[in-house]
Ligand binder design. Sequence first.
Ligand SMILES: Cc1cc2nc3c(=O)[nH]c(=O)nc-3n(C[C@H](O)[C@H](O)[C@H](O)COP(=O)(O)O)c2cc1C
Length: 237
Amino acid sequence: MDDGDWPEESVMLSRLLAERYSCRGFRPDPVPRTVIERMLEIAQMSASWCNSQPWQVIVTEGEGTERFRTKLFARAQADTAAQGFPAMEPDFPFPEAYRGIYKERQREVGWQLYESVGVQYGDRVASGKQALENFRLFGAPHALIVTSERDLGAYGAIDSGLYVGSILLAAQSLGLGMIPQAALATYAPLMREHFGIPANRMIVLGASFGFADDTHPANGFRSRRASIADAVRWVDA
Ligand SMILES: Cc1cc2nc3c(=O)[nH]c(=O)nc-3n(C[C@H](O)[C@H](O)[C@H](O)COP(=O)(O)O)c2cc1C
């Protein structure tokens, strides 16, 4: 995208969005609490219907991350060994199917990831092992879990999604790597029990974050985007 003579803020926002990527390899060093707070302060300004601000977030650090990682990874490993895949118990229903262009995009980004980490096409053992990395939080020193109020239904989830979008940009602006993970939401009952999340809170999404390990092969590719012509229909009459 050409930055041209656009206002500085627009150029900065465009760069943050263009340079952000889903980080799947982290350095172990923790992010200072003040930096995490700054990220959360920025994201807290997100819009929501009726200004309901339905999001609440659990942030793990230190032993909090390690205890969560250990429990989650052990369970995901055991489920994969027993049934070939991790649990599928999200609070919000997962997509029914990816068809057509959505299937193509899902495949493309999957291949990009597997190619970057050296998984051969069709190697289910190796791809399963890479998928399990989700539950090791990709080695990140922090996880966050975003919940929304049950009564607010889909719109609470939309508001919380906007909040997650803001967190992703805030993290990028602070030099942090992050990855949103629906995979974590598949273990909603485990997280509910582990973090004491009450029944009125729906788990929208988890994410792992920290400082990116720039040498990690999983961080070595960038996903593509369709042009706006594929997403926009103008109506002028
Ligand atoms: C709601 C949501 C859930 C996601 N869940 C996962 C996940 O469970 N595991 C994973 O590796 N990536 C996950 N991702 C990352 C996407 O694969 C990624 O955003 C997409 O391929 C675009 O690439 P980019 O983030 O690097 O620009 C998720 C992204 C979003 C927005």
